[in-house]
Design a protein around this ligand. Sequence first.
Ligand SMILES: Nc1ncnc2c1ncn2[C@@H]1O[C@H](COP(=O)(O)OP(=O)(O)OP(=O)(O)O)[C@@H](O)[C@H]1O
Ligand SMILES: [Mg+2]
Length: 364
Amino acid sequence: MATVQLQSVVKRYGGAPVVDTVSLSVRDGEFLTLLGPSGCGKTTCLRMIAGFVTPDAGSVHIGGEDVTRVPAYRRDTGMVFQQYALFPHLTVAQNLAFGLRVRKLRANEIKARVAEALERVRLGDYAGRYPEQLSGGQKQRVALARALVINPRVLLLDEPLGALDQQLREELQAEIKRIQREVGITTIFVTHDQAEAVSLSDRIVVMRAGGISQIGSPQTLYDRPANRYVASFIGKINLLEVRASGAVAPGASGAGLVPVSTPDGLRHWDAAFDHARAPSAGEPLLLALRPERIQLAANLPNRIEGRVELATYAGDGWYLDVATGGDTRLLVKTSGRAAPSAGEHVTLGWHGEDAVLLRDEVAA
Ligand SMILES: Nc1ncnc2c1ncn2[C@@H]1O[C@H](COP(=O)(O)OP(=O)(O)OP(=O)(O)O)[C@@H](O)[C@H]1O
Ligand SMILES: [Mg+2]
């Protein structure tokens, strides 16, 4: 097991950097996910950790050791790729044994470790099959077993479930999580699927255009996004234009609360802010509010009236699309069976602590 560090890592392919001064520290035994849209540099980061790509600047440490110049085969990492990279002419057992043969282990030890790894991914009966005789999910289990059989210090998974359908994806997510807990291995997982990242990870690194937008637990990213990009990337959210309209007051839960008003000056609310970046009076801001934090209640400190435009059933409740004057709309998630129907007037309310103030950075 080991920690992994990237320190001010830069990678260029000719032009502008595709990974631009990324620093990141993965804890021993942690499940960390690199999340971001296509082309943002996730695979490049993973390959720099594995040693398949050499950074132009910065350093990579595994288990406290500087491995920036250490070749991939001596870094002791196990990797699984999006596309099944199994050897087609070798059986499942031979695929697993390959890395152990290279390491010159004795035949009986190879046999025992291959059997153990196949049991771990519940494919004990498939040792003699060839890759073409396996389903997509089974192939990825074999790829996972092959990455683990060498007892690597770090497990690197590059969109390993990308080619699978949704149900199989969810099954294998649970499987990966179970195995990671059992083995206790430091794991870096790459995906562009936010739901997958949220369900698997201890912490998520949200990447954007070669850089890091925010690092935090799924809960932190959801409840306290640092910017519009992270807020919109993870889950559904309402973003309202407001201005800071006064001094900072201590909130009920200890969070900082600041009074804000809408640009037309008609609505006055309060909202939470990050202490490190307290807004100044008059500053234009975005108020970020999750649909499920809004209640159909007239007795909360922050309120707005509106008319339900659309009610959509969501199994565990309803999504309400509420027009609140001008071209402002709020998405509300209710729980329970009953909900107002389209056309009804409603009063929406929320707690200031549940509304997060963001600076409206320039959209990229
Ligand atoms: N070998 C290479 N030569 C030139 N450009 C490359 C190379 N590898 C990656 N790039 C570029 O670097 C950028 C980041 O690529 P990377 O594969 O890290 O993205 P990603 O986040 O993994 O995307 P995806 O979700 O599509 O896999 C892209 O613009 C890509 O075109
Ligand atoms: Mg990739």
